[in-house]
Design a protein around this ligand. Structure first.
Ligand code: FES
Length: 137
């Protein structure tokens, strides 16, 4: 993996995030600081936003490979703030590079929304399918 904040998709599994990671609540407060964390993207974890391996029993079908998508110009350095939006996606703010399960760089930028309900057809990004399926978290 490269330096800086990195999100690595795992085939049929969670997001692995490494770097200067801040988990932020809906009010904007930092509730956890980590150098690495596993985050649920199948929608089934009982410990959201963290992975609890529920993707295995759920048979989460996403292979974690996606067509590269442009992002904003990358910032220098700094924390990656991750806000689990209530009943919605993970909002990422801060410099980040996102790699597919095939190791390919798929996105580099400073703001994006990643699906955590498991239903987006534009994975790993949110396409608002969480509303259609009534995702609650
Ligand atoms: S969180 Fe899955 S589509 Fe928005």
């Amino acid at each position: 993996m490269s330096q800086g904040n990195v999100v690595q998709l795992n085939a049929f599994g969670p997001l692995y995030v490494e770097g200067e990671v801040e988990i932020v609540d809906a009010a904007g407060n930092v509730v956890r600081r980590e150098s690495s964390v596993w985050l649920c993207r199948c929608g089934n974890s009982k410990d959201k936003p963290f992975c609890d391996s529920s993707h295995i029993a759920a048979g989460f079908p996403d292979d974690g490979i996606f067509i590269p998508k442009g992002g904003d110009a990358p910032g220098a350095t700094g924390p990656l703030r991750i806000t689990p939006v209530p009943n919605g996606p993970l909002l990422l703010e801060g410099p980040v590079a996102i790699y597919g399960a095939d190791g390919a760089l798929g996105y580099r930028g400073e703001k994006c929304r990643l699906c955590r309900c498991g239903a987006s057809i534009d994975k790993p990004f949110c396409d608002s399918s969480h509303r259609r399926i009534g995702f609650t978290a």
